[in-house]
Design a protein around this ligand. Sequence first.
Ligand SMILES: CCCCCC/C=C\CCCCCCCC(=O)SCCNC(=O)CCNC(=O)[C@H](O)C(C)(C)COP(=O)(O)OP(=O)(O)OC[C@H]1O[C@@H](n2cnc3c(N)ncnc32)[C@H](O)[C@@H]1OP(=O)(O)O
Length: 239
Amino acid sequence: MLRSCTAALRTLQALRGRREGVSPAARDPVLARRWFSTEKVIPKDHALPNPSWSKDLRLLFDQFMKKCEDGSWERLPSYKSKYTQKSEDFKTYFLDSKLVKEQLSQAQLFTRGYEDGLGFEYVIFYNDDEKRTVCLFQGGPYLQGVPGFLHGGAIATMIDAAVGMCAAIPGGIVMTANLNINFKRPIPLCSVVVINSQLDKIEGRKLFLSCNVRSVDEKILYSEATGLFIKLDPEKSLI
Ligand SMILES: CCCCCC/C=C\CCCCCCCC(=O)SCCNC(=O)CCNC(=O)[C@H](O)C(C)(C)COP(=O)(O)OP(=O)(O)OC[C@H]1O[C@@H](n2cnc3c(N)ncnc32)[C@H](O)[C@@H]1OP(=O)(O)O
């Protein structure tokens, strides 16, 4: 069975421990054909070490992989994502789903758009009991802002992605409504930082999260953030 289209959502669903509604394959014959085809497309999981990873990043990765052994933590795979199950679910929120499908077939995840080591190198781990994620992030040379330091937009992007995953696992289909960041210290280019995200509360469709970005030795607090994510209303179109 074809797995490439479903990997991202399956991970989320598995972590959430439940499946909701009718399967998209049951609704979409094209997707169903793809799922049941014998063709095997194995997408590259980018949340794994590559030669550009620094010693710091590898050491932290190994430490968290150890924590995964008893099941308390889970490494979240990450794909450039041509056309994923998540896209399929999002499709229902757009008016012209055919057009969106064509566009999505070309789309790539923003944070995975660079060659290894040049942009966003990261891996996210999730702890379901504590409803929190830890993102290990090494920002490459193409993310420069002030010379020698990471661009604030790149930091915001990575915070959004990390906090977003922390919201999406319990919340399902969510979008960022508000992201508030205090940049306290500049992050040196190519250094490794740890982005800790925490789900604080859920009120109806609203998920409130907080986040901090620290150095590997935890001595430097680079940024702090809060985020509001909204679970999308299936009755409302996004556009
Ligand atoms: C993130 C999951 C992805 C999982 C996929 C895995 C793969 C890869 C991972 C990548 C992770 C990337 C993460 C990136 C996430 C993003 O950046 S999303 C892009 C940026 N965000 C947007 O473009 C959203 C634009 N806004 C909207 O579309 C809408 O405002 C909304 C959908 C957010 C909410 O609209 P609607 O559903 O109509 O809700 P409302 O009725 O308006 O509001 C509901 C309640 O929320 C309160 N609220 C809404 N917005 C705000 C706000 N900005 N601040 C404070 N409160 C807000 C609103 O008052 C309502 O509250 P009550 O119910 O009345 O109490």
